[in-house]
Ligand binder design. Sequence first.
Ligand SMILES: Nc1ncnc2c1ncn2[C@@H]1O[C@H](COP(=O)(O)OP(=O)(O)OP(=O)(O)O)[C@@H](O)[C@H]1O
Ligand SMILES: [Mg+2]
Length: 291
Amino acid sequence: MQKAIEARGLTKRFGAVTAVENLSLQLGEGEAIGLLGTNGAGKTTALAMLMGLRMPDAGEVRLFGHLPGSAAAREVMGVTPQATGFPDQLSPREVLAYANARRKNCANLDDVITAFALGPLINRRMAGFSGGEVRRVALALAFLGRPGLVFLDEPTAGLDTGAQDAFRVIARDYVAKGGALILTSHHWDEIEAVCDRITMIDQGRKVMEGTLTDIRARMQARQIGFTLPEGAAPPDWIRARPQGMGWRVESDDSDTDLRRMVTEKVPFSGLTIEPLALKDIISRIRKEGCI
Ligand SMILES: Nc1ncnc2c1ncn2[C@@H]1O[C@H](COP(=O)(O)OP(=O)(O)OP(=O)(O)O)[C@@H](O)[C@H]1O
Ligand SMILES: [Mg+2]
């Protein structure tokens, strides 16, 4: 069985800047991988090499066994790039119909229009579309005709929360039905909601990868939240930080810490105990150097 993406040793330099260095990555059908990293880490450059839009200085890629950029590869992939440039004078219907005609499996356009809530926009010229409206058209294009592999570069940047939620449902459904999906995002909760695995890059180099299940299992810490009466302060030993109207603690042993708070009669209320957010887990794993 061919992998949706099989990439080895990808490297790209722009003059003195090494945007991506020795990146290897595999993605199978029915899997979603999140590419994480700060601004300028190399995510868009990595995607561009995977999609065949940039030639790597070193390394190689196959998409379902095909060379990226080949007609065979383009037929089986859908893309939402970070920056889009739709012709102003076209309507979403015209753009989607044009793309649909080039897909291996033609989509029912009405289904796509409904899924991405494009109804009121579908026949308007795209000149004057808001940022979020353009983004929804770009997302619809990626999933059009259910390609085997979808590349999404910051798919929900600028989308309102309703459209972000709708995207998560569409993306999970696509993966559950066997699609392969790679996305970059600065929204950690989106990565948690959509992806099975993450690859984190920093200055072009891979610094961490793994399944979300494994990464969470490596960090059993909990976050404890509580409020205190006005004027009261938490004891120093618990190392609480203010959060909103209350306090937040990252605890490696929440049972012991809570017992001690009770013994010491700390006047807490509104107690919450939750697993650490993915963002905090990864930040701790990296700080503690146990990658
Ligand atoms: N065409 C180019 N010419 C010169 N430098 C470039 C070019 N494209 C990217 N770079 C540089 O390569 C590095 C990686 O850029 P890239 O766009 O891949 O980052 P990114 O992780 O996608 O960031 P962001 O989160 O801001 O989208 C950056 O330092 C960027 O300035
Ligand atoms: Mg980018």
